[in-house]
Design a protein around this ligand. Structure first.
Ligand code: PEP
Ligand code: MG
Length: 755
């Protein structure tokens, strides 16, 4: 066999010559496939191009029957070629026919070829076609051969993207990015967003692919890498308050990647094979992605997003692309579209202009989604193919209530959504007007309306929503978005910042609630069959007292001289509370022994989320300063429905009799023991359920900031005593069959209460 060392270089040189010749497009394609086949000692080389109808058409071949050109077709996802295009990943097979996706196309005569190597023709992340080589003999193609084919595919991508193939495309079938399309995904955060597409992965079009002088390109790379490292260091050393907390954690990871020698080596190798520095970055980035895309480990997947972000930054350095976050030309109403993205990247955009986020991947628990929720924008995830179908500046509507993305919407669609948005905006305006109105029910009950938070980006909402304080601060979020365990001083700085920004309003910190669906990547226990019932929250904290003590100490120090309110999640037995109190006491003693200031006042509470506590209510109330009902978990455990499983999570009504009676028992126990009781699950955020809570006797509720306005509007019109009477009667009547939700809705309607 011929020695292929230097193969890619030689091939790229020939391709460069071919590209420079004045040839008709079909002729150029034909020569290219011939050149590749000969360079790679392959009997077959074929190019398939994606048409607007989602079909991949054979455009040129060396080795297969010529009559199949422009005739052979495969749909996206169909056969080996369709699989490569759909997954944007290569396939390297020594026995193609035995692959489950193999599909025989009789017109091509390809049955005699056993080995198959195919790569996607990618441009800025979208598959434009597939390039394939085949051999009769059974063999596995080497890594360098795969590299060579991928590099060649970049050149083909350029030809397709510049429209060179239009002449040989059937009219009407060129990839048309002007049509209206709707893509369905999953709702990660509700709401409606209208605006214009901003493609997150910068469509930095690397047109300059092949280098003239490798050494010069390596020097360019080194310079760009140097500036990148400096820019990250600068960001890290900036004293900007917003750089503390979540943003900082992510940047630390970037710094680690920017110094990764393995990455630099791969880039240099691609340059030596004939690419320019920017083309090398693009190539190594898509290789890495292809390799990592199959990972299911959430930690590594998050790291992949961080890495992609960094590679994009490097690409911007090399091409001088200023990026969309620079202000110029950034739409006032931007909807960000990305395959995936890191949390820090979302924070990089001008916040006031971002109206929504659409991800092709992602999960409700991914960091970027957590941050997006904190920013209060609608989010759709798992929107397959959206990036490939969109262009910067396209009009787009995201419907976070139904999980739809309407790209280039039809006028009637546009009008009906505009109407919806106007309606919402008017309501928002009304709610804003209520901000400084005292939350008193019609019968004079003072209700404490608190908000839930977990990141520094949440804090401005405190003033905006008019919440009295923070009823639940989920401290695990800082841990979830960090790449390494936040150190004691980092935690302290973070809590101090939260308290400072809360400006005197009371913050209820909840100690670490990790485990279950809350994945802290660097802190992994064993695989659990039933993580919701597993080693989580306070159980984990008590088994790892060092972790809890560090956190308690950080909170105590951060709140020196002020009031500290803290609570523990997932308590099952009252004895667990005593154990945490003991640790807390030790920390207090330790700090005072070393002369540290202590909080002026300390309130210690427990979350009521596990049904077992219902039979220890009096002991519980006596053991704490306050109780906060975590209705999300309490409902999941009381009704035995997984809160994360969409098939069952809505099966039973949260306003059904069993759950309302259970909540009433808790309120009564609080009153009996003079222990304040609040509720901080999702239940508090919906006006009808918040109304039910007030009817049961709750006088304090904590919810997402966006719910404060609607809930306040409801309570201002509510006669709580009248509702309590109606509810108690209905709950005590064992023969009553009207669902409680209907009883409540009827009460609201007949009393003119806005829900
Ligand atoms: C709850 O379970 O209701 C709660 C507020 O905690 P989380 O949603 O963080 O589990
Ligand atoms: Mg909970």
């Amino acid at each position: 066999m011929r020695d292929l060392s230097g193969g890619p270089r030689v091939l790229l040189k020939r391709l460069r010559e071919l590209m420079a010749e004045p040839l008709e497009p079909q002729e150029r394609l034909d020569r290219i496939v011939r050149q590749i086949a000969s360079n790679m000692v392959a009997e077959v080389c074929s190019v398939y191009v994606l048409r607007s109808d989602g079909v991949l058409e054979l455009y040129a071949t060396e080795g297969l029957k010529k009559e199949a050109v422009h005739l052979s077709q495969l749909k996206m996802g169909q056969g080996l070629v369709g699989t490569i295009a759909a997954s944007a990943q290569p396939l390297n097979l020594s026995d193609a026919q035995s692959h489950p996706a193999f599909r025989y196309l009789p017109e091509t005569g390809e049955e005699i070829y056993h080995s198959f190597l195919g790569v996607p023709i990618l441009r800025t992340g979208r598959s434009l076609g597939v390039l394939v080589v085949q051999n009769k003999a059974s063999r596995t193609y080497r890594e360098e051969e795969l590299e060579a084919l991928e590099t060649t595919a970049m050149v083909l991508a350029e030809m397709i993207a510049t429209g060179e193939l239009k002449k040989i495309t059937k009219p009407g079938l060129e990839l048309d990015l002007t049509r209206s399309v709707t893509i369905n995904g999953d709702t990660y955060n509700e709401g409606i967003g209208l605006g214009y597409v901003v493609l997150h992965e910068p469509r930095i079009v690397v047109t300059n692919l092949l280098n003239e002088d490798s050494e010069k390109e390596i020097r360019r790379l080194a310079e760009a890498m140097g500036s990148l490292r400096i820019s990250i260091d600068d960001l890290l050393s900036s004293r900007d308050v917003s750089m503390e907390g979540e943003h900082r954690e992510v940047l630390e990871t970037y710094r680690m990647f920017a110094h990764d020698q393995g990455w630099v080596r791969k880039l240099e190798e691609a340059i030596r094979n004939g690419l320019t520095a920017e083309a090398a970055v693009e190539k190594v980035q898509s290789d890495t992605k292809a390799r990592m895309i199959r990972l299911t480990d959430p930690y590594l997947r998050e790291r992949m997003h961080d890495f992609e972000d960094l590679a994009n930054r490097l690409l911007r350095q090399l091409t001088g692309y200023s990026g969309h976050a620079s202000g110029d030309g950034f739409p006032n109403d931007a909807i960000i579209l990305a395959r995936a993205m890191g949390a820090a990247e979302l924070l990089d955009y001008p916040r006031a202009n971002v109206r929504g986020l659409v991800l092709e991947e992602g999960a409700v628990t991914s960091h970027v989604v957590i941050v997006a929720r904190a920013m209060g924008i609608p989010v759709i995830g798992q929107a397959a193919g959206v990036v490939a179908l969109a262009e910067n500046g396209d009009a787009v509507i995201i419907d976070g209530d139904g999980g739809h993305v309407h790209l280039r919407p039809l006028p009637e669609h546009q009008r009906s959504y505009e109407e919806k948005v106007r309606f919402r905006a008017r309501r928002q305006e009304q709610f804003r007007a209520l901000r400084s109105v005292e939350p008193l029910t019609r019968d004079g009950q003072r209700i404490s309306l608190l908000m839930n938070a977990g990141l520094l980006v949440d804090l401005p909402q405190l003033a905006e929503s008019g919440a009295e304080g923070i009823g639940l601060f989920r401290t695990e979020l800082q841990f979830m978005i960090a790449s390494t365990m936040p150190k004691a001083d980092e935690q302290e700085i973070f809590y101090r910042n939260v308290l400072k920004q809360a400006a005197g309003r009371l913050v209820t910190f909840r100690t670490l609630d990790i485990g279950g669906d809350k994945v802290v990547p660097y802190f992994r226990g064993h695989e659990e069959e039933n993580p919701a019932l597993g080693w989580r929250a306070i159980r984990l904290s008590l088994d790892r007292p060092g972790l809890l003590r560090t956190q308690l100490r950080a909170m105590l120090k951060a709140a020196a001289g002020a009031e500290l309110k803290l609570m523990v999640p997932m308590v099952t037995e009252v004895s667990e509370i005593a154990a945490v109190r003991e640790l807390l006491q030790k920390e207090v003693q330790h700090l005072s022994r070393f002369g540290h200031g202590l909080p002026r006042k300390l309130q210690f509470g427990a979350m009521l989320e596990v049904p077992a506590l219902l039979w220890q209510l009096d002991e519980l109330m006596a053991a704490v300063d306050f109780v906060s009902v975590g209705s999300n978990d309490l409902f999941q455990f009381a009704m035995a429905v997984d809160r994360g499983n969409a098939r069952v999570s809505d099966r039973f009504d949260t306003l059904g009799k069993p759950f309302l009676r259970l909540l009433r028992d808790i309120v009564l126990a609080g009153e009996r023991n003079n222990t304040p009781v609040t509720l901080c699950g999702e239940l508090a955020g919906k006006p009808i359920s918040a109304m039910a809570l007030l009817g049961l006797g709750f006088r304090s509720v904590s919810m997402s900031p966006a719910s404060i306005g609607p809930v306040k509007a409801m309570l201002l019109g509510l006669d709580a005593a009248a509702l309590a009477k109606v509810m108690n009667e209905a709950l005590d009547d064992i023969h009553a069959t009207t669902p409680m939700r209907e009883v409540l809705a009827h009460f609201a309607e007949s009393h003119n209460i806005p829900l």
